[in-house]
Design a protein around this ligand. Structure first.
Ligand code: TGC
Ligand code: FAD
Length: 383
């Protein structure tokens, strides 16, 4: 589709750097990590990602690369072409934890955390979801109470990427008088713990944790001063969802390429299965959705750089691209027959990862309802 022609030399350089990093550091090990349900050496990986400018890539200053939105998107695509877990590490670090501090933090908070997060020395996490409140974070129970000039945080967050390895958590909590506020919580604070969630059958090469906040005492300046209300976390989500619009197409690309390659070499009935019309129809449909998805992601990136990207347009991209990516992966699995379920090939791993991607950062239904509201003017959530 000539997508390369849409990219600048700088875009291509970012893409190539991330692609070769992932080929070198992730692809040789990912099947084993996945099988073990671990992301070993995550701190080392974070530092390497920091050294190539991938953490907080599109943020400006404080040691961040200050890249354009398309470059950040291409980085997400290349990382997720290796595994959604690695893209998640980068999304949560850059688009959620760092973005929250960069956009809504005080100068002191930015100076204290962002350079070390950009280098990968400190890993961050973002606690919004709770055990009983996922799609509806406005109903969260975690609360922050004033005690003199201090804040005291109590509650639980659930399904938090990077939680157990984080040095700092951005935690959203309700307050008595000021609505929902964001807090920058160093992980070594008494009362803070982050037990890891086990027994996942998706995103296995990713750290997912609960956050337990048992009367965590924080100084007055731990609150993010520049925002109150759900607009704070939702703004961060818009940024992270944008990265997923690209990332999902990375998983889809790997599955498409695997299926195309397999169809050319696997023979049945005396000829390559790629020579059968039904297989060609599958490959053609996969290619159409893959390239449409990348073109859509690029369009949204151009709008983001121009400052004209609206949240419902991000929902459009997340809804379409994750849904189509999972379809591409499932179709690729059928092309591989029994080999499609083996970890020797990447398609089942990507397909099961995308089950999480379909749910996190807003489920399919949330994005349908966000679009429904934009189209009709009627709010299905609370109307
Ligand atoms: P609603 O009344 O619509 O909005 C409340 C306030 O927020 C503003 N707003 C936004 N601002 C910036 N960006 C957006 N995308 C925004 N969407 C809404 C809105 O204007 C309003 O502002 P104000 O100033 O008037 O108060 O809120 P609602 O409670 O009705 O909720 C709407 C809904 C359901 C769409 C929202 O709650 C939602 O998106 N729910 C899904 C929750 C979600 O996505 N959680 C993700 C958790 S993090 C995660 O999954 C990380 S995964 C790891 C990885 O990325 O790899
Ligand atoms: P629920 O909200 O309980 O939804 C269950 C089902 O009901 C869904 O199909 C949903 O679409 C549907 N539903 C709900 N309301 C409606 C409605 N009004 N109309 C129609 N259907 C509806 N969260 C964080 O804060 N930080 C993280 O770092 C993070 N990382 C994650 C990593 C992984 C691997 C996973 C799986 C999740 C992660 N999450 C994280 C949590 C994720 O954002 C939530 O799982 C997601 O928002 C959905 O919430 P829920 O699981 O509670 O589902």
């Amino acid at each position: 589709m000539g997508i390369d022609d849409l990219l600048s030399d700088e875009d291509r350089a970012v893409r190539d750097t991330l692609r070769s990093w992932a080929a070198d550091r992730v692809l040789p090990h990912i099947a084993e990590w996945y099988e073990r349900g671990e992301l070993p050496g995550i701190r080392e990986l974070a530092r390497e990602l920091g050294s190539i400018g991938a953490l907080g890539m599109s943020l400006k200053g404080y040691g961040c690369a200050g890249a354009g939105a398309v470059q950040y998107g291409l980085a997400c695509l290349e990382l997720e072409a290796a595994d959604s877990g690695v893209r998640s590490l980068v999304s949560v670090q850059g688009s959620l934890a760092m973005y929250a501090i960069h956009r809504f933090g005080s100068e002191e908070q930015k100076q204290q955390w962002l350079p070390r997060m950009a280098s990968g020395e400190v890993i961050g996490c973002f606690g919004l979801t709770e055990p009983d409140h996922g799609s509806d974070p406005a109903a969260m129970r975690t609360y922050a109470k004033r005690d003199g000039s201090d804040w005291v945080l109590t509650g639980r967050k659930m399904w938090i990427t990077n939680g157990s390895v984080a040095g700092v958590a951005v935690v959203w909590a309700r307050t008595e008088d000021e609505g929902i506020r964001g807090f920058v919580v160093p992980a070594d604070r008494p009362g803070f713990s982050a037990p890891e969630v086990r027994h996942k059958w998706s995103l296995r090469a990713s750290v997912t944790s609960e956050l337990v906040l048992d009367e965590v005492r924080l100084p007055a300046d731990a609150v993010l001063p520049e925002v109150s209300g759900l607009r704070g976390p939702l703004s961060c989500l818009s940024h992270a969802r944008y990265g997923i619009v690209w990332g999902a197409m990375g998983a889809a690309r790997t599955c498409f390429e695997t299926a195309l390659d397999y169809a050319g070499s696997r023979e049945q009935f005396g000829k390559p299965i790629g020579g059968f019309q039904l297989t060609q129809a599958k490959l053609a449909d996969m290619a159409v959705e893959l390239h449409k998805g990348i073109l859509l992601a690029h369009h949204l990136g151009v709008r983001m750089d121009a400052g004209t990207l609206r949240p419902e347009q991000v929902s459009f991209g997340k809804l379409n691209n994750v849904r189509e990516a999972i379809e591409i992966c499932r179709t690729a699995r059928t092309v591989l027959g029994a080999n499609g379920i083996s970890l020797e090939y990447p398609v089942m791993r990507h397909a099961t990862n995308l089950e999480s991607v379909l749910t996190y950062e807003g489920t399919v239904e949330m994005h349908q309802l966000i679009l429904g509201k934009a189209l009709t003017g009627l709010d299905a959530f609370r109307g």
